[in-house]
Write a protein that binds this ligand. Structure first.
Ligand code: SF4
Ligand code: SF4
Length: 719
């Protein structure tokens, strides 16, 4: 598999993938059907509770891999299985080749195994002169095409029946129909003699049960059973992370696995194999049974306090199913061997920095993967951590270094923004958007109009607008974030108007700076930490009841990331804990603290759609408050499709991967237009930049407002 040399080359690959209409359509239909199917499959179940239990049990197993391995080996060998341990991918491949040679094997059949993709086992066996046939339908197809899987569970999802019919026509030298059932029959006909003639079957395993020495395979096609029962030799190649103490631990995962993978309540087959069973094809009457455990960095990962949780992964593929990037470009561009969110992380650990360095930047940090992960892995955080690690190992680019340095010093950063304000005049022509971008930027950013910097930043107006409150009920510090301070101060002004006359003593500590999320998105973790420290020192949490921010991304970052950055610093731990606990987003503050009611508004029934910012709905779990406020304000809420799917902004992401940002935005705006809304409301200035800029370019005439503006526009007069 070729790896792009740099982001520029990687972007070329992404562009080609975006041009593949069938791929886009197939991924799209699957993404929509998957969401509905998953919700139905989990209906009535305590999903979060189940995920928590799985995560805890997996963490326990990961912390004692060696012990579980020893127990498995003892029990499996007592049942007649030979157990091997391979430190590396090459070692695993060699062990399996040696087994084949010793047993006089000629033909091998395989059932689907991501672990064997990881070690590139087929290539190794074929180089040794063995004929290897994949028997899972999807794997069979991609093997014939000489390519890797594009999905962990559905390896050939990127291919149309027309492509498969052409492929089968070529292979069978007979014209094949495009009817799917007939194509399946062709595959069956081709595979049947392979099953009958094979001397060795190779499978993976979803579980290796230490207490019994059994392995289990969870499959949807009957091929797994044929591969593991018909040939006289069976080898299971299993990652050490599949070790599980008991059968009930495995059953708990099976409750979630098919539901989360494909939205099925149960899978077609769960095959349990303990020891060397009877086998008619074997001269001894008993099967030769081997389990080869693969380490390939897993033991080192198990000891890594930050990354050990990636070993919880049960390979359900859900993190790809919901990823807006994966949905656009498919697995070949969104992973190396392992795809989706987990692929961005595992590629670094299993296949090295060179393979991971471009991929890991292709995450918009929308949090969708984390919200569905069977094992509760904090995927977006770990992706950012891998990015930061690679950056530390390779050194930052010049542009990153300059931007990071600017972000690090509040004064310098603000001086630069003020200078940019003066320099932008020729670009804006005095209007609200940058009309004449430099050629390079103009091409990449043509999908959206970019806003001009505001005439006066919010901080420069603060002393004029600061409300004087004699008997405050709440003392609130405003945290603006860069966009509300320097680009859209009118949105923060609107928030101040909504709070006026409601006993809120507001303060705007002027030493506050950027929240640090942009630095983290650039892989500059040290700068992000530094900026976090500055903000925690700028706003003394003891002086306030709340730290209120009108930016959903800032809110989520201040609340969730700051404790992980600064919580280990004994001097700051208590302060940062109090700081983060007091952070609140605007909608929650108005709904839950101020408790504004219908009587507080005089809405005009404007048809209003809502975009749910990723960092609000998934980052902070705030879902109902903004929608309820839209209703209370007397606006006519029009639900649009996929309201909680990312808008494609992602801060620096939208400048690094503009093609993807544009496509995600297009889908979002199509849904908004279909809703018939005249007004689109959201809670995050970053989303506003993206949505407003996109609508301006399209000329659809839909107004975009921050929810604070929408509420401030329809406030009833107070007594
Ligand atoms: S955070 Fe969003 S963009 Fe990043 S991997 Fe997860 S789903 Fe994909
Ligand atoms: S990381 Fe989570 S969602 Fe992704 S494949 Fe693994 S278990 Fe499934």
């Amino acid at each position: 598999m070729q790896t792009a040399r740099d982001v520029k080359e990687y972007r070329e690959e992404l562009r080609r993938a975006l041009d593949n209409d069938f791929l886009r359509q197939a991924m799209d239909s699957f993404a929509v059907a998957y969401r509905a199917g998953r919700a139905k499959a989990f209906d009535g179940m305590d999903v979060d509770g189940l995920i928590r239990e799985i995560a805890q049990a997996k963490d326990d197993s990961i912390s004692r891999l060696d012990e579980l391995y020893d127990e498995f080996k003892r029990n499996a060998e007592a049942a007649g299985t030979k157990v091997h341990l391979a430190k590396t991918a090459d070692e695993a491949n060699q062990i399996i080749t040696d087994i084949a040679a010793a047993a006089g094997v000629k033909q091998i059949i395989k059932s689907k195994s991501m672990t064997s993709e990881e070690t590139q086992l087929n290539r190794h066996l074929e180089a040794g002169g063995y004929e290897v046939t994949e028997t899972d339908l999807g794997e069979f197809i991609i093997q014939l095409r000489h390519e890797g899987p594009t999905h962990m569970v559905l390896p050939a999802i990127h291919l149309s029946r027309y492509q498969v019919a052409d492929l089968f026509t070529e292979v069978t030298r007979q014209k094949q129909d495009v009817d799917i059932e007939r194509l399946v029959k062709v595959a069956r006909r081709e595979l049947r003699p392979k099953f009958a003639a094979a001397d060795m079957g190779i499978s993976g395993a979803n579980f290796a049960i230490a207490r019994t020495g059994a392995i289990a395979l969870v499959t949807n096609e009957g091929n797994g059973r044929l591969v593991t029962t018909l040939p006289r030799v069976h080898v299971a190649l299993v990652g050490l992370d599949k070790l599980t103490p008991t059968l009930s631990d495995a059953l708990r995962i099976i409750k979630a696995l098919p539901r989360n993978a494909t939205g099925q309540a149960i899978t077609s087959y769960v095959t349990w194999i303990t020891g060397a069973n009877e086998c008619a094809a074997s001269p001894t009457g008993k099967k030769e049974m081997h389990v080869v455990f693969l380490d390939n960095g897993r033991r080192a990962l198990a000891n890594d306090p930050k990354f050990a949780q990636v070993l919880r992964c049960v390979r359900c593929g859900a993190c790809a199913n919901v990823c807006p990037i994966y949905r656009m470009v498919g697995g070949h561009q969104y992973g190396h061997i392992y795809i989706g969110a987990i692929g961005l992380i595992l590629t670094y650990f299993f296949h090295g920095r060179d393979k991971a360095k471009n991929l890991v930047q292709n995450c918009i940090s929308c949090g969708a993967c984390k919200s569905v992960c069977t094992a509760g892995i904090d995927l977006p955080e770990l992706i950012k951590a891998v990015h930061a690690r690679i950056q530390d190992e390779t050194g930052s680019s010049l542009s990153n270094t300059l931007l990071a340095q600017a972000l690090k010093s509040r004064r310098l950063f603000h001086v630069l923004l003020r200078s940019a304000k003066l320099l932008q005049k020729p670009l804006t022509g005095g209007g609200p958007y940058l009309r004449h971008l430099p050629h390079m930027l103009a091409k990449d950013q043509s999908f959206r109009a970019l806003p001009a910097l505001a005439d006066k930043p919010f901080r420069d107006t603060w002393e004029e607008i600061r409300p004087r409150v004699l008997n405050p009920k709440w003392r609130v510090a405003l945290f603006s974030g860069c966009l509300h301070d320097f680009v859209f101060p009118e949105q923060l002004n609107a928030a101040v108007r909504v709070m006026a006359g409601r006993d809120v003593a507001l303060d705007f500590p002027l030493e506050q700076s950027c929240c640090g999320l942009p630095a983290l998105m650039m892989g500059e973790a040290a700068v992000a930490r530094d900026v976090a420290r500055q903000n925690v020192m700028a706003i003394d949490p003891a002086k306030f009841d709340y730290i209120l921010t009108t930016c959903a991304s800032c809110a989520s970052h201040l609340k969730k990331a700051y404790p992980t950055f600064l919580g280990h610093d004994p001097q700051l731990a208590a302060r940062v804990a109090e700081f983060s606990a007091k952070v609140i987003d605007f909608s929650s503050f108005v709904q839950d603290v101020l408790k504004l009611e219908q009587a507080d508004f005089i809405g005009d029934g404007k048809k209003t759609a809502y975009h749910s910012p990723c960092h609000l709905c998934r980052g902070l779990g705030v879902v109902a408050a903004p929608r309820e406020l839209i209703g209370k304000a007397g606006l006519d809420y029009r639900r649009s499709e996929e309201e909680d799917v990312c808008c494609g902004f992602g801060g620096t992401y939208s400048t690094k991967f503009p093609e993807l940002s544009a496509e995600i935005l297009k889908k979002k705006l199509d849904h908004v237009v279909q809703s018939g809304a005249e007004l689109l409301v959201t809670d995050c200035p970053g989303c506003i930049l993206q949505l407003r800029g996109g609508l301006e370019r399209r000329g659809d005439g839909i107004k975009v407002q921050h929810i604070a503006e929408a509420l401030a526009d329809v406030l009833a007069k107070q007594d």
